[in-house]
Design a binder for this molecule. Structure first.
Ligand SMILES: Cc1cc2nc3c(=O)[nH]c(=O)nc-3n(C[C@H](O)[C@H](O)[C@H](O)COP(=O)(O)OP(=O)(O)OC[C@H]3O[C@@H](n4cnc5c(N)ncnc54)[C@H](O)[C@@H]3O)c2cc1C
Length: 277
């Protein structure tokens, strides 16, 4: 199968891009950034667009800035730029590590952090990482700019807080200079989407601990009981930790089968253990 016919336009700036997307109220115009997911979905006709609005070169989506407390990464920042530390890293090495485990280098060269968040694949890596880091998603639409916490932005499989004709402009991430972190991904083969991915960030000075999980039947979620348990108990009892993770999974992934549940328990325990090394 191949994609249905579409027009291709490349706007000069963000305002023009939003106008083009707003001009097609039936959703026939779609943004394309790295194209690493959208072109696959269009080829399978899971996604169809009359017009592709190429946002990959918009200067506003390439903006990168760093302040004392936070780092802003434009939505067009690629996985490879984060992996190669070509942009500031607010996470003391966590984000480059997560980036390096996404797909293959050719996908990482083109795929973007904004595109990954906007797509909200239930097995994608960035949603769990950005939830664990307590990042904000910066959004622009015809009515101006707004932001959502990463954990509120992803709402279901391929479902986000984006309204029609809104774009992710960038990700605003607090510095985690003194954080201890761990992450673990279980996938059927190297470079594949996660069966389970856990990201744990524990920083007594920079904020409370946060453990987030991807690979659920729905979307990436925070595990609140496990986050608190791992933060408060310096000596972890494996049986208690496992029971706490399972209690969180009843809310976070209630439909998980035995395989998926074992994957989640394993990735969560390994991520916490790595942060304790
Ligand atoms: C073989 C393969 C393996 C992969 N493995 C993994 C993996 O292990 N982990 C993982 O996380 N991902 C994986 N991916 C997905 C990859 O990371 C994609 O690059 C990413 O999910 C989408 O980014 P993109 O820039 O290519 O977005 P695109 O494909 O261009 O767009 C994806 C969707 O997001 C929308 N969009 C794009 N940018 C914006 C924006 N700024 N604002 C609003 N909407 C926007 C588009 O309209 C479209 O609906 C894999 C992809 C492939 C092809």
């Amino acid at each position: 199968m191949k994609a249905s016919a579409f027009q291709y336009v490349r706007p000069e700036n963000l305002t023009e891009a939003i106008e083009l997307l707003s001009g097609d109220p039936d959703g026939g115009a779609m943004a394309i950034s790295g194209g690493q997911s959208l072109l696959v979905l269009m080829g399978l006709r899971f996604a169809m667009a009359n017009t592709l609005v190429d946002i990959s070169r918009l200067p506003e989506l390439h903006r990168v800035s760093e302040s004392a407390d936070r780092v802003f990464l434009g939505a067009a920042t690629t996985h490879a730029m984060i992996e190669d530390r070509k942009v500031p890293d607010p996470s003391s090495g966590l984000m480059p590590r997560v980036a390096s485990k996404i797909a293959y280098r050719s996908v990482r060269n083109l795929g973007t952090i904004g595109g990954s968040m906007a797509l909200a694949d239930s097995a994608a890596d960035w949603p769990a990482c950005l939830i664990a880091l307590d990042a904000d998603i910066v959004i622009m639409g015809a009515h101006g700019e707004r932001r959502e916490k990463a954990e509120d932005f992803v709402r279901g499989p391929y479902e986000t807080a984006l309204l029609p004709a809104e774009l992710v402009v960038g990700i605003d991430i607090p510095h985690r200079r003194t954080a201890r972190w761990g992450t673990n991904k279980v996938a059927r083969k190297s470079g594949a989407f996660a069966d389970s991915l856990a990201v744990f960030v524990d920083s007594s000075n920079d904020g409370p601990a946060r453990l987030a999980l991807t690979g659920t039947a729905s979307h990436a979620r925070l595990l609140p009981r496990t986050s608190t348990y791992a933060h408060e108990n310096r000596i972890l009892d494996n049986a208690d930790l496992r029971a706490t993770i399972l209690a969180d999974l009843e809310d976070v992934d209630p439909l998980a089968d035995a395989y998926r549940q074992r994957c989640h328990v394993a990735t969560a325990m390994r991520a916490i253990a790595e942060a304790r090394l």
